[in-house]
Design a protein around this ligand. Structure first.
Ligand SMILES: [Zn+2]
Length: 712
C-alpha cells in the first residue's frame, strides 16, 4: 500500500469525491409504504390475492430479477371489451400518503388507452389515471390530489379494495401489462393546495392552483421531492409526521385546518406561508399581520432584497412586482425580518417582505412567476433552515445535471458530442475553451460539495451547465429556410415599444415570422366589421395594420392569431347579449360558461367571418386558430346543442344530458361535438385559400391526442 504514488492517490481522492457526490441519497425526504410488492410465492398465491372480474384471465407471476417478481395482466383486447380489471380486497389506511408510485411495463402501448389504479372506500372510489406512452418499464408517480372521485367514498383512511384496470384502445390487439411495486409515499415536505377555495366557488381558485404549480416547479428545479395535500386533507390530520408544510396561497382555510396546523407546529412541524394567514396561525410562527396595503404607486413593491447573512444560501434579491402586500411584523423573540421590499428604482421601502422564525416563515404576498431561478433558490434556503438535508440533496442533484440537456444523459456524453461536432469548424477553438472552463467549474463544484458548502456547489453546477449550454448553442448550425416564429399574446406587441422596434429586434435575433393575437371570440384589435372592437384601437390605431406595416419593412411573415370561441376579454355587454341570445355554452351541470357554443349557426358565422375578414382585408401570410376546441369535457350541453344534435342525427334524446353522457348515444355525441369544431376549421381553410391560394392556415393544438378529442 505504501508504494502507491502521490499521483495515484490524487486521482483516487478525486474519484471518491465524484462517487460520494453522485451517490448521495437523502432518505429523509420521503417515507415509502409498500402497498403491494407483487412478490408472491407462486401463481396460486398471486391469484388468491388478485381476482379477475367480468371475464378477465387469472393473473400470472413473472420474475423480474433474482428475488423480484411482478404480475402479468392479460389483455385480450381483440375481444370487443372496454377494459380488463382485477381486484384485491384489502384493509388499508392510506390517509397519510400524499402520492402513489407504480411500475408498469406495457409491450404495446398503442393497444392500451390507459391504465387506472383505483382505491375503493365504502360506496365510492378514488381513481388515478395513467397514460402509457412508451413500451418497456416506467415508474409513474401519481399525486393523491390528481385522483378523481367516483361515487361517495368514505375516506382514504378506510380503503377496502384496490383495482387495476387496463383500458382498450381502438387498435384491438391482444397484449399484456406487467405491474410491479405499488407504493404509497409520505413526503416530508408538502405543498398544501387550497381546495377549500374551489369548494367555496371562489374566483381565486385559479390563482390558488397556479401558486401550487409554481411551488412544485420551483422545488422540482433542484429535484426536491414534495407531495401535494389539500386543505381538506389537513383538516383530517394529514400533516402528522411531516417536516414542512408550504401554504402557497390558501385564502379559505377552515378553523379546523388552522387548528390542525397549529398542532402540527406545536409538535415540531414547520410551515412556510404566503400572503393569506389566519391570526392564530400567524401567532404560532411568531408574527402578526398589521395591515393590508395596496401599492401607493406603480413599482412600489418591485424587489425583495435579503440580508445575506440572515440565512445560509439566500439569493441577494428576487424580482417580485407585487401590487399589494400584507404588512406583518415579528412578535416572538426568535422571529426576524430577513427580506425587505424595494421599489423599481432600488430604493428601500422599509417594509418587511419575509419573516423567519424557528417554527416557520411568512411572505407578505403570493409568490409571482417571475425570476424563477432566484425564487427556487430562496425557497431552498427557507426549506434548508428547517430541513438542512435539502441542501445536500439539491447540490447533489445539481452535480448530476451538469451537461444533462438536449438528450445528453451524462456530462461525458455532452462533452464528447461537443468536441466531435465542433471539430474542424470555425467554432472549434471557442467550444474547446468553454469545455475547459466548464471542467474547471465542475471540479470546483465537487470541491465545494466535499467541503459541505452546498450553496456554493449548487451555484458552480449551474455555472458549469450554462457554460456547456453556450458551447452547445455555438455548435448548432442554422438550417436553410427555417421557419422561426414567435407567438405574441399582446395585440400591442411589447409594452413601451413600437411594432417597428419589436419586429426589428426579432429580425436581429433570427426570427422571420410573428403570430400576433389580434382577435378573440368577442373582441378585435383591428377595425372589425363583425366583432366588437377594443377601445384602444381608437387611441392607438388598427393593430394588424401597424404590425403588418413594420413586418413588411423587415420582410417578416405575419400570421394573425385568433383565440376562438373564448369570451374572456369580450365587453361585458357583448357577453350578456350572447347569453341572452342563448349563444354561450352551458356545462354538464347547467352552469353558464363564457364561450360561444360552436354548434350555434350564428357563432359559426361570427367565427368564420372574423377570420375571413382578416384574410380578405389584410395582406397577411397566414391565419392561426387557437382554443379551437371546447373548454373541457364538461361542455357544451346547452339546450341548443340538444336540439341541434337531435336535428342532425334525426333522433329524440329523452333525458339530456344524461343520455348523451353514458349509454349508446355517448360516442355519437362525442363525435358530433368534434364535428362542430372540424366544420369551422374546414370551412375557414377552404374559403381562405379560395381568397388567397398561398395563405397558410394553422392551429395551436392540444396535447394528448386522441384523448383530447374528449377532454376538450
Ligand atoms: Zn351548446
Amino acid at each position: 500500500m505504501h508504494r502507491v504514488s502521490v499521483v495515484a492517490v490524487g486521482v483516487l481522492t478525486f474519484m471518491l469525491i465524484l462517487f460520494s457526490a453522485q451517490n448521495i441519497i437523502c432518505p429523509k425526504v420521503a417515507e415509502s409504504i409498500v402497498i403491494d410488492g407483487f412478490d408472491y410465492e407462486d401463481d396460486a398465491q398471486a391469484q388468491a390475492a388478485w381476482k379477475p372480474l367480468e371475464g378477465a384471465s387469472q393473473v400470472k407471476l413473472v420474475d423480474t430479477g433474482i428475488v423480484k417478481k411482478a404480475i402479468v395482466l392479460t389483455c385480450d383486447f381483440a375481444q370487443p371489451v372496454e377494459r380488463r380489471y382485477w381486484d384485491r380486497e384489502v384493509k388499508l389506511d392510506l390517509s397519510r400518503c400524499d402520492s402513489f408510485r407504480i411500475s408498469i411495463n406495457a409491450q404495446q402501448p398503442d393497444a392500451i388507452r390507459g391504465f387506472t389504479v383505483y382505491f375503493r372506500s365504502g360506496n365510492g372510489w378514488y381513481a388515478g389515471w395513467i397514460r402509457i406512452s412508451k413500451p418497456g418499464w416506467q415508474t409513474v408517480t401519481l399525486s393523491k390530489s390528481s385522483f378523481s372521485v367516483e361515487g361517495d367514498p368514505t375516506g382514504w383512511h378506510s380503503i377496502d379494495c384496490i383495482r387495476l384496470s387496463v383500458w382498450r384502445s381502438e387498435q384491438q390487439l391482444n397484449t399484456f401489462v406487467i405491474v410491479d411495486e405499488l407504493i404509497g409515499i409520505v413526503h416530508r415536505i408538502v405543498v398544501v393546495r387550497g381546495d377549500l377555495t374551489l369548494k367555496a366557488g371562489s374566483r381565486e381558485w385559479q390563482t390558488v392552483q397556479r401558486c401550487v404549480d409554481l411551488m412544485m416547479r420551483l422545488l422540482g428545479t433542484f429535484g426536491i421531492d414534495a407531495g401535494v395535500l389539500n386543505d381538506t386533507d389537513v383538516e383530517v390530520g394529514a400533516l402528522e409526521g411531516r417536516s414542512v408544510a408550504i401554504f402557497a396561497y390558501n385564502p379559505n382555510m377552515s378553523e379546523k385546518e388552522v387548528e390542525r396546523t397549529v398542532e402540527f407546529i406545536k409538535a415540531g412541524g414547520k410551515v412556510i406561508v404566503f400572503y393569506s394567514i389566519p391570526r392564530s396561525l400567524a401567532q404560532a410562527i411568531g408574527i402578526e399581520v398589521v395591515k393590508y396595503m395596496p401599492q401607493e404607486r406603480q413599482g412600489q413593491f418591485s424587489f425583495v432584497r435579503f440580508d445575506s447573512k440572515a440565512l445560509y444560501g439566500l439569493p441577494d434579491e428576487i424580482a417580485q412586482g407585487s401590487w399589494n402586500i400584507n404588512v406583518a411584523r415579528p412578535i416572538s423573540v426568535d422571529a426576524r425580518v430577513i427580506g425587505e421590499w424595494y421599489d423599481a428604482e432600488g430604493k428601500p421601502t422599509n417594509l418587511p417582505a419575509i419573516i423567519l422564525s424557528n417554527s416557520g416563515a411568512y411572505m407578505a404576498h403570493i409568490l409571482l412567476p417571475q425570476d424563477e431561478a432566484k425564487k427556487a433558490r430562496m425557497l431552498l434556503a427557507l426549506l434548508g433552515a428547517f430541513v438542512p438535508d435539502v441542501w445536500v440533496l439539491a447540490a447533489s442533484n445539481a452535480t448530476k445535471k451538469i451537461g444533462v440537456f438536449a438528450g445528453f444523459e451524462s456530462y461525458n456524453e455532452c462533452v464528447g458530442w461537443l468536441r466531435e461536432n465542433a471539430k474542424g469548424r470555425a467554432v472549434e477553438n471557442d467550444v474547446a475553451k468553454l469545455i475547459e472552463k466548464a471542467e474547471a467549474l465542475r471540479a470546483e463544484c465537487y470541491k465545494a460539495f466535499e467541503g459541505k458548502d452546498y450553496a456554493r456547489s449548487l451555484s458552480l453546477s449551474t455555472d458549469a451547465n450554462e457554460t456547456l449550454l453556450t458551447a452547445w448553442y455555438l455548435t448548432q448550425p442554422s438550417r436553410a429556410g427555417e421557419f422561426r416564429a414567435l407567438w405574441c399574446h399582446s395585440a400591442f406587441g411589447i409594452a413601451g415599444w413600437t411594432w417597428e422596434k419589436a419586429i426589428e429586434w426579432l429580425v436581429q435575433h433570427g426570427f422571420n415570422a410573428i403570430f400576433p393575437n389580434m382577435l378573440w371570440g368577442g373582441l378585435a384589435y383591428y377595425r372589425s366589421e363583425v366583432l366588437p372592437v377594443a377601445k384602444e384601437v381608437d387611441e392607438v390605431g388598427d393593430q394588424i395594420e401597424a404590425c403588418l406595416k413594420a413586418a413588411k419593412k423587415f420582410g417578416v411573415q405575419v400570421h394573425v392569431w385568433k383565440v376562438n370561441w373564448n369570451l374572456a376579454n369580450a365587453p361585458k355587454e357583448f357577453v350578456e347579449r350572447m347569453r341572452a341570445l342563448k349563444r354561450t355554452q352551458k356545462d354538464v351541470n347547467g352552469n353558464d360558461v363564457d364561450w360561444l357554443c360552436p354548434s350555434h349557426q350564428d357563432n359559426f358565422k361570427l367565427e368564420f367571418e372574423s377570420m375571413l375578414e382578416v384574410a380578405r382585408k389584410y395582406d397577411v401570410d397566414g391565419i392561426h386558430f387557437d382554443y379551437i376546441r371546447y373548454p373541457n369535457a364538461n361542455c357544451c350541453y346547452c339546450k341548443g346543442c340538444k336540439e341541434r344534435f337531435e336535428r342532425d342525427k334525426g333522433i329524440t334524446v329523452k333525458e339530456f344530458p344524461k343520455d348523451v353522457l353514458v349509454g349508446k348515444l355517448a360516442d355519437e355525441y362525442k363525435r358530433w361535438r368534434c364535428e362542430q369544431i372540424t366544420r369551422l376549421v374546414a370551412s375557414v381553410s377552404e374559403a381562405a385559400k379560395k381568397l388567397k391560394p398561398n395563405i397558410k392556415v394553422s392551429a395551436a393544438v392540444f396535447r394528448d391526442y386522441p384523448r383530447c378529442r374528449e377532454s376538450v
